[in-house]
Design a protein. Sequence first.
Length: 198
Amino acid sequence: STDGSKVSDATLMEVLLMNDFKLVINNTSYSVSPPVKDKLSSERATEMEDIKSLVHRLFVALHLEDHQIRKERELLQKLDHLKEELLPLEQMKARIMDGANAKTSRLLWVGLALMSTQGGALAWLTWWVYSWDIMEPVTYFITYGSAMAFYAYFVLTKQDYIYPDAKDRQFLHYFYRKSKKQHFNVERYNKLKEDLAE
């Protein structure tokens, strides 16, 4: 206004143009005297809209940098806060993943040991204890039983029994079970990671 008081950013242009005012741009003061408001023609209304648009663009150009700096500070604070929240969760997740990896690895080694033991036992029974004529039906039923077990796995999981997939499934089973025991909130962790990525 003319007396030097500041006008709010939310003040409408129509209200501002009702009286004389001072416009300060880069510490240079300009006295603005809007014309007396009379019935506007459509040309005049269009011209006023152009002036409003120009003043708005001028305001944005002058204050955009401040807004960007303020937004950048807010985002950096939010980022630091998210990192502080994520740090203990990341450490807990790493411990849980190490434990789940170790259990899954042990399970794979136990499976290899059992398969080796089965192969060795069948070879020993075939060549030293009984003959192939006796052991052939035994190996047939062992093979058929294995096929039934793999089919049961498919029925329960809707996935083929492929070793990498089965290993990943077992890893996730151990991971979620241990997460529940240690009160690790996986949903909250994932939400924080998504917020951090944004």
